[in-house]
Design a protein around this ligand. Sequence first.
Ligand SMILES: Nc1ncnc2c1ncn2[C@@H]1O[C@H](COP(=O)(O)OP(=O)(O)OP(=O)(O)O)[C@@H](O)[C@H]1O
Ligand SMILES: O=C(O)C1=C[C@@H](O)[C@@H](O)[C@H](O)C1
Ligand SMILES: [Mg+2]
Length: 172
Amino acid sequence: MKKIVLLGYMGCGKSTIAQNLSKITNIPFLDLDKIIEERAKMSINEIFEKHGEIYFRKLEHEIFVELLQSDENNIIGLGGGTPCYANNHELLKGENVDSIYLKASIDTLYNRLVYNKSKRPLIANMDEEEMREFIAKHLFDRSFYYNQAKHKVVVDDKSVEETVQDILQVLA
Ligand SMILES: Nc1ncnc2c1ncn2[C@@H]1O[C@H](COP(=O)(O)OP(=O)(O)OP(=O)(O)O)[C@@H](O)[C@H]1O
Ligand SMILES: O=C(O)C1=C[C@@H](O)[C@@H](O)[C@H](O)C1
Ligand SMILES: [Mg+2]
């Protein structure tokens, strides 16, 4: 079964774009972060607080593998860190996987995340200066993994609809 997998840094728009792509294509959308929260019966913030990040990464890997193996065509929105742990980046290259990196600049990410960080435990307690610095370094570290995706779509200065159209073109 075909899996369209959207990946990229926190705030690049994975969940928003995937929802819209799902409406247009009628392919069901699965949000990995949401499924993890449902399974754990806790928010991601609570999982990090109660069990720590390593526990979260293990759960994230197990559920990602399970979603890829399911008997259904799906759009899967990953968490921001998913490709960077547990060799998950290798799974982006699978035969039945169309993986797409939604590439956003530091400025785009900063502007989207600065007023929207409370549900994102990695940045929740940072001030604005710290956050910009963190995003720049973190994005650099993670780019290797994100670039393992089969396709790349730049999202800067694009509306949700424009990005969805770009994705449809890449998949055509
Ligand atoms: N053109 C756009 N495309 C996508 N999202 C946008 C756009 N403009 C603004 N946003 C906003 O950016 C924010 C981040 O988007 P979203 O939550 O979909 O990102 P995400 O990649 O799923 O993040 P996370 O990894 O933290 O789950 C949302 O509030 C969304 O409404
Ligand atoms: O970038 C990350 O490492 C994360 C992004 C979110 O989607 C969540 O998966 C979690 O907050 C970790
Ligand atoms: Mg999301």
